[in-house]
Each structure stands twice: as C-alpha cells, then as structure tokens.
Write a protein that binds this ligand. Structure first.
Ligand code: GDP
Ligand code: MG
Length: 213
C-alpha cells in the first residue's frame, strides 16, 4: 500500500487543491512516485475542475501513471455545488468503489494524496461525514487552515474533531488569501500554543517530511 495522505481544510476554498499540487511537486522532486485522488467532487457542470488539475499534474510528474484516465482520479461527481449528501439527494456513496479506486491508483505510486470535499463535517450520506473517510482510507490527515480573522476558532474546531476520532494528522496555516493581519491578530496565539506549527510562507518541506513519517 502507498502512503496515503488525506487533505482536508477548515472549509471549502481554503487551499486543499493548491496544497495538494504543491505537495505532489515536492514529493516528485524527492524521486517519489505520486498519484492524487478526489473521491467526490461536487459543483461539476461539465468537467471536474479539481480532478483535472490533480490528474494533469500527476501525468506530468509520474510516468507510471500514463495509463490512467481522469475518471480514475475522481469517482463520484455531482452538478450541485453542495455537500455530497445534498448534491446526491441523500443516496448512499458506495465505500467499496472509493477503496477500489484508491487501490487502483496506488499500483502506480509511492504516495497517494486524497483530496476531500469541503471541510471535515461535510455530510457524505446517511452513513457518514467527510472525516469518516480518513480512517476508511487508513490515511494520515493534513488540515489546511486559513489565516483570516476567525482562523483560531476554525482551526481548533477541526483539530478537536480529528483528535476526538484519534486520527493522525498534521496541519498548516495557508497565508494565501488572508487579510495580512495574521501575524498581529492570530499568530500570537498559535506561536504560544503550537510552537513550530507549519505555515505556507515557510515552505512545505518540513510538513512534507512529517506527513510521511
Ligand atoms: P479548496 O477548495 O480547499 O481546494 O481550495 P483551492 O486550493 O482551490 O484554493 C482556492 C483558491 O485560492 C484557488 O483559486 C487557489 O488557486 C487559490 N490559492 C489557495 N492557496 C493558494 C496559495 O498558497 N497560493 C496561491 N497563489 N493561490 C492559492
Ligand atoms: Mg479543491
């Protein structure tokens, strides 16, 4: 089995895809074979935007993935830009199909990056939430958090959810798109409470190492 990393965030649009692409480049630079997987993508009118970005880079970085198609990178797509539970009208998402897709991909890689949809407590169906897919995939979690006002609360809530379920995880503050007040408004708390925490303005190298240890 490849090393599996499940990339989640405090919310949608916080930087899961961007961080996943960065990590793929980083691991490929280390000589590792990378694949990416988006189990469920919503808001798909014609093309799955996230899955195509992941697939495009995967094909560039990993010659072993040449036989794969974008449909290997995303399993369920829905048109409504909503939680899967809503976009799929409450129907069940077959977990076996998700696991089979991950197994198919990891025949071609050393590291499989799995991008969730939205945040951790996004409902998938009656059987569970996005956070429940992490132990299903036996993955380590990466929580990407934002840097704007409110990021302390959002970060702590997501960390608590991961800790409550005893899910191994790392987290990183994404400085992109913040309101430039992070160092004054939120960092003093993180600096004291979590010395050495990861932030994107310091690069991804240490995070990438921690994720595969
Ligand atoms: P997701 O919904 O959590 O997957 O969020 P995305 O990764 O799609 O990020 C939302 C938007 O912010 C996209 O337009 C990204 O390209 C952009 N973005 C997020 N993080 C960064 C970053 O660190 N640098 C740059 N340049 N763009 C970023
Ligand atoms: Mg995304």
């Amino acid at each position: 089995m490849a090393k599996r990393i499940f990339v989640t965030a405090t919310n949608t649009n916080v930087g899961k895809t961007h961080t996943t692409l960065q990590l793929m480049r980083h691991y490929a630079d280390q000589g590792l074979r990378v694949c990416a997987y988006k189990p469920i993508e919503t808001g798909v009118e014609n093309h799955p935007v996230d899955a195509q970005a992941l697939y495009g880079l995967m094909r560039t970085l990993n010659p072993h993935a040449a036989s794969l198609h974008v449909s290997d990178v995303v399993t369920f797509t829905f048109a409504l830009p909503a939680a899967p539970y809503v976009a799929n009208q409450g129907r069940l998402i077959e977990r076996t199909r998700l696991l089979e897709a991950a197994t198919r991909l990891e025949a071609h890689c050393d590291i499989l990056l799995i991008e969730g949809a939205g945040g951790l407590l996004v409902p998938v169906d009656e059987a569970g939430m996005m956070i429940d897919l992490i132990p299903l995939f036996e993955a380590k979690a990466l929580l990407v958090t934002h840097a704007s006002l409110g990021c302390i609360n959002d970060t702590l809530l997501s960390l608590e959810a991961l800790q409550n379920r005893q899910i191994a995880h790392e987290w990183i503050v994404n400085l992109h798109g913040g309101d430039n007040t992070f160092d004054r408004i939120s960092a003093p708390y993180f600096n004291t409470r979590f010395p050495g925490y990861f932030r994107t303005d310091q690069g991804l190298e240490a995070l990438a190492k921690a994720l595969i240890n």
